[in-house]
Design a binder for this molecule. Structure first.
Ligand SMILES: [Zn+2]
Ligand SMILES: [Zn+2]
Ligand SMILES: [Zn+2]
Length: 197
């Protein structure tokens, strides 16, 4: 039986995968705190002799979870994975070093992938780009105005649409910018009129 147990989690603050080792003896003897190198999160493990209680920083949902497990599960055998109660994905692994390292590699990749999908700013980048450049053309020929008579407006870009907002009355016109049809609809317009208040 290996002397050491490994603990793996992803720091919710800096996003780094963490694998820490503690000896079985130390874990049974005293509370343990495994801090990320950014010092903003730490996995905490304490025992009452029968079971272990853990505070797990969760890199999947960004929160922190309390978990309990038996001494056998924590100290012996192939190890366990703890699931994030928010997302139901495993967010923490405890066990033999090789197993934990392998699981953490997969977890880090998955979290990275989820994050990059979230950061995708627009429903369709190409359509959004085309819509914005079309709007620029219409604006350049003075085609954007409000029914209140104003020609001043601001532009607000969200994931799948652009809002034109009249600077004088606050009236709003939404231009969808997510699909080919949205683009076609915009391209045949000479003028865009915001409906004033
Ligand atoms: Zn960190
Ligand atoms: Zn979580
Ligand atoms: Zn107006």
């Amino acid at each position: 039986m290996e002397e050491l147990r490994s603990f793996g989690f992803i720091c919710p603050k800096c996003g780094k995968a963490q694998v820490h080792q503690r000896s079985r003896f130390a874990l049974s003897a005293a509370a343990a705190r495994m801090e990320c190198e950014c010092e903003k999160s730490a996995l905490q493990v304490e025992t009452d002799g029968v079971k272990f209680r853990l505070m797990v920083p969760c890199g999947v949902c960004g929160g922190e979870h309390q978990a309990e497990c038996s001494s056998e599960n924590l100290l012996e055998g192939r190890g366990i994975g703890l699931a994030c109660p928010q997302t139901r994905q495993l967010c923490c692994y405890i066990g033999e070093e090789q197993d934990v390292l392998r699981s953490m590699e997969n977890l880090a990749l998955r979290v990275e992938k989820d994050k990059s999908e979230e950061q995708e700013a627009f429903t369709d980048n190409v359509i959004m780009y085309e819509v914005l450049s079309e709007l620029k053309d219409i604006a350049a020929r003075g085609g954007i105005g409000c029914s209140c008579g104003s020609k001043r407006y601001s532009l607000q870009v969200s994931r799948g649409a652009v809002d034109l907002i009249c600077a004088d009355c606050g009236g709003k016109l939404r231009i969808n910018a997510a699909t080919d049809e949205d683009l076609d609809r915009l391209c045949c317009q000479m003028k865009l009129e915001i409906h004033g208040r």
